[in-house]
Design a protein around this ligand. Structure first.
Ligand SMILES: [Zn+2]
Length: 674
C-alpha cells in the first residue's frame, strides 16, 4: 500500500490563505478514497490551529525581510518564489514537527532558512542549533548570510546583541537574542551537537556532512536528541541531493509527505514536475583547437501527458502547486518533505543549465554536479558505462605502410610512455601513445612471464621501451618515460633495476589510493636496500591511482575521436582479456565506510593489470607535461625529411635517414634535465 502511494501522487495541497485544503483527487481507487479521508482529517486538524496573533513565516518575511546580498535586492517578496511559501509556512504549522527540503542550487533555499530563523528570533524565540558540514561552512554562512540579514532587518537588529560588545554575546558562531541563542557549528563538532536542550534544529547541506561526529554517531540524530524536552520543537533539514541510495536527504524525503512542485501544462491542464527528461534542446557544436564550443538554438518543454510544447516563459508563468506522493506522513510522521529543482527558479535560466550539461559531458564528476545542483536529481553511479564488447567493437586497424607491414604509430601520436605492473611471477606493460588534449592510442600490450628479479624479464622490458615504433611515414618514436610499480614483494629490486636504467628513463612509482590524492607529484628520494645494505638513493614518483582510474573511465566514455578519446588497435594483444582487465574496477559510494568513494573490483574481473599499466603510462605522460605543439612540429619536420618524393627505390638509404631523423626527433632528449 505504502509503495503504491509513493508511486502515484494522488492528493494535492494548495495554499489557500495559509491553511491547507485538499484539491480534487486524481483517481478514484481505494487508495484515493483512503487518502481523501486522510486529507479531510488533516484539514480538520489544521483548521483553527494557528496560534493567536502569529503570522506565518512568509507573512513575516514579506513584512520584515530586506535583501542586500543575495540574487535580489530590496524587500523580500514571497511572490517571486511561490514554491517557497508552503515550505516556509510549514514551519508555523503546529502539526508539523519536521521539514525536509531537497533542492538544487539557486532556488532560494538559504533565504528560506533565513526567513525561518528571523521569524524565530522575532516572533517565537527559542534556542537554535544550525549545523553545517564543516566549521568553516558554519562561519562563512554566519558572516555572509546571517550577519547581513540581522543588519538589514530593523526588527532583528533591535533584538540581536551588537557585534563586538564586551559580553561577546554576539560572535561569529553565536548570536544572542531575548529568549534564545543561535549557535552555528560543523557536523563534526560532537560537543556542540550533544549538550544543552534545544528547541529548533536546522541542518544545511545535509548530504555533505560527516557520517559520524567523531565516535558519537550520526550528527543529525545527536542534534535531534537534544529536542526531546520540547513539545513544540522543529527540525529543518535542507540539502542539495547527491548520490542515489547514499543520500541522507533522499532518505529523509521518503519519510515525509514527498511533495513535488508541479506546473500546469498550458495545453492539457495536467500538473507535472518539470524534469530534465522532458526538456528538449537543439544546439550547434564547433570544435576549435580540440575544444568544443556550443551554441544553443532552442529549448522547450514537452508535456509528458499531451506532448504539448511550451517554452521557459510559459512554464515559469504557469500555475503551480505542491503535490504529495505520501500525504499520510503529515499525520503519521508530522513531516512535510519537499523536492525542488532549478527549472522553476527565477534566478536560473534554462539555457545556462543546458550549457552546463553540454560542457560537463565526458567528465562524470562535473556531470554529477550538474545533475545535483541544476537538475535537482540524484546522481546514479553507473560505474562501467562502457562494456567490454563495445570497446572490442570499436578497435581500429592502424593500417599498413608501403611495405605492407603493420603501422605501429597512427598519425596523431606525439609521445610514447610505458606503464609496468609488477607481479610475483610476471611483469605486464603497456606502451601508450599520447596526442593533443588527452587523446590516446594503445600501441603495445605485453606480459613477460618470470620473476621481477631476473635479468631476462628486464631485458624484455628494455626491448619494449627501446624499440623504435614507426609511423606510416617511417618516422619513429621511442618510449620517453617508463613508470614501474614498486608495490608488492620486489620493491628494492624494482628500485635497483630502475636506477640502472636511469638513462633509459625508467622510474619506480608508488601508488596511493584515496579521493583527492593528486594524480602526479614531484618524485621523492628513497634508499635502495639490497641484502640488508643500503646501496644507493633513488627517485620514486608518487601516483594518485584513483585520480588516474577516474580519468581512464571518463575517457573510455568519449565516443568520437578527438579530445580524450582512447584508440585501440584490432590486434590480439588488445583482445577480450585486455578489456576485461581495463574495465575491472568501478567507483562505488557508501556512507558506511570511512572512505566513501572507493574503487572496487567488479565481481568476475579479478585481473586488473591492464588498468594499472594504463594508469601508470598516463601518469608518466602527465609527469612529463610536454609541449605537444612542439612535438607535433618535430614529427612533421622529420616526416618531411624522411619521406622525400620518389624515394621508393632507395629503400635502405631512406630507412637509415629515417632512423637518424627519428632519433633526432626523439622527444625524450628534451627531458634530460630531471
Ligand atoms: Zn499537457
Amino acid at each position: 500500500m505504502d509503495a503504491l502511494m509513493r508511486e502515484s501522487p494522488v492528493a494535492s495541497w494548495k495554499s489557500d490563505g495559509g491553511s491547507l485544503t485538499v484539491e480534487a483527487l486524481k483517481n478514484e481507487t481505494d487508495v484515493g478514497g483512503r487518502i481523501r479521508r486522510l486529507n479531510a482529517a488533516i484539514r480538520q486538524a489544521v483548521r483553527g490551529m494557528r496560534p493567536p496573533e502569529r503570522m506565518t513565516v512568509s507573512e513575516w518575511a514579506d513584512r520584515n525581510r530586506v535583501l542586500s546580498l543575495s540574487a535580489e535586492n530590496g524587500k523580500w517578496r514571497t511572490k517571486r518564489t511561490p514554491y517557497l511559501k508552503e515550505v516556509m509556512d510549514a514551519f508555523t504549522d503546529p502539526n508539523v514537527r519536521n521539514i525536509v527540503l531537497a533542492a538544487s542550487s539557486q532556488v532560494g533555499k538559504s533565504e528560506c532558512i533565513n526567513n525561518m530563523i528571523g521569524y524565530v528570533i522575532d516572533q517565537d524565540p527559542g534556542s537554535i542549533l544550525f549545523i553545517h558540514p564543516t566549521v568553516i561552512d558554519a562561519e562563512d554562512y554566519s558572516k555572509l548570510r546571517i550577519a547581513p540579514m540581522i543588519r538589514d532587518c530593523p526588527t532583528l537588529r533591535k533584538k540581536v546583541s551588537k557585534a563586538k560588545s564586551r559580553d561577546s554575546a554576539n560572535t561569529i558562531k553565536q548570536k544572542t537574542y531575548p529568549g534564545g541563542i543561535l549557535t552555528m557549528c560543523g557536523s563534526t563538532e560532537a560537543h556542540a551537537l550533544a549538550s544543552k536542550p534545544i528547541r529548533y534544529v536546522f541542518g544545511d547541506e545535509r548530504d555533505r556532512w560527516k557520517a559520524s561526529a567523531g565516535s558519537e554517531g550520526d550528527p543529525w540524530l545527536l542534534a535531534q536528541a537534544r529536542q526531546t524536552t520540547f513539545y513544540n520543537a522543529k527540525s529543518v533539514e535542507v540539502s542539495t541531493p547527491t548520490v542515489k541510495n547514499a543520500s541522507p536527504i533522499e532518505k529523509s524525503f521518503a519519510k515525509g509527505t514527498m511533495e513535488r512542485w508541479c506546473s500546469r501544462c498550458p495545453h492539457c491542464g495536467e500538473y507535472h514536475e518539470i524534469n530534465f527528461a522532458d526538456i528538449r534542446f537543439e544546439y550547434d557544436e564547433t570544435e576549435i583547437k580540440h575544444e568544443k564550443l556550443y551554441t544553443i538554438r532552442s529549448i522547450w518543454y514537452l508535456c509528458p501527458d499531451c506532448g504539448g510544447v511550451s517554452d521557459e516563459n510559459d512554464m515559469k508563468r504557469a500555475d503551480a502547486k505542491w503535490i504529495a506522493g505520501n500525504p499520510e506522513a503529515y499525520r503519521s510522521h508530522r513531516t512535510r518533505s519537499f523536492w525542488l529543482n532549478s527549472w522553476v527558479s527565477p534566478w536560473s535560466g534554462w539555457e545556462e543549465s543546458i550549457m552546463k550539461f553540454l560542457q560537463a559531458r565526458g567528465d562524470s564528476k562535473a556531470m554529477q554536479v550538474v545533475y545535483n545542483t541544476r537538475f535537482g536529481l540524484l546522481w546514479e553511479d553507473r560505474g562501467g558505462l562502457e562494456d567490454e564488447d563495445s570497446l572490442l567493437d570499436r578497435r581500429e586497424d592502424y593500417g599498413r605502410n608501403e611495405n605492407l607491414e603493420p603501422v605501429e604509430l597512427p598519425d596523431g601520436v606525439l609521445l610514447l610512455t610505458m606503464g609496468v605492473d609488477t607481479q610475483d611471477d610476471r611483469m605486464e606493460y603497456e606502451v601508450v601513445g599520447h596526442g593533443h588534449f588527452g587523446e590516446t592510442w594503445g600501441i603495445r600490450k605485453g606480459v613477460i612471464m618470470g620473476r621481477p628479479d631476473t635479468d631476462e624479464v628486464w631485458q624484455r622490458l628494455d626491448e619494449a621501451a627501446g624499440h623504435v615504433y614507426r609511423f606510416r611515414s617511417g618516422v619513429g618514436l621511442r618510449v620517453s618515460l617508463t613508470f614501474v610499480d614498486e608495490g608488492g614483494h620486489y620493491t628494492q629490486e624494482v628500485r635497483l633495476r630502475c636506477l640502472q636504467r636511469l638513462r633509459k628513463k625508467f622510474f619506480p612509482i608508488k601508488g596511493y589510493s584515496g579521493d583527492g590524492v593528486p594524480y602526479t607529484a614531484p618524485p621523492k628520494k628513497y634508499t635502495v636496500v639490497i641484502d640488508g645494505k643500503k646501496i644507493a638513493d633513488c627517485q620514486v614518483f608518487p601516483v594518485g591511482v584513483d585520480a588516474g582510474k577516474a580519468l581512464i573511465m571518463d575517457s573510455l566514455k568519449v565516443r568520437s575521436p578527438g579530445a580524450k578519446y582512447c584508440h585501440f588497435p584490432r590486434r590480439d594483444d588488445y583482445g577480450p582479456a585486455y578489456f576485461r582487465g581495463l574495465l575491472s574496477e568501478r567507483l562505488t559510494y557508501s556512507d558506511k565506510r570511512q572512505e566513501r568513494w572507493k574503487w572496487e573490483i567488479i565481481p568476475g574481473h579479478e585481473r586488473n593489470e591492464p588498468l594499472d599499466c594504463r594508469n601508470y603510462a598516463l601518469a608518466a605522460a602527465k609527469a612529463l607535461q610536454p609541449d605537444y605543439d612542439a612535438l607535433a612540429q618535430r614529427i612533421r619536420r622529420a616526416a618531411g625529411v624522411a619521406a622525400p618524393e620518389g624515394a621508393g627505390s632507395a629503400e635502405s638509404g631512406v630507412r637509415r635517414a629515417e632512423m637518424k631523423t627519428a632519433r633526432r626527433a626523439r622527444p625524450a632528449e628534451r627531458y634530460d634535465d630531471w
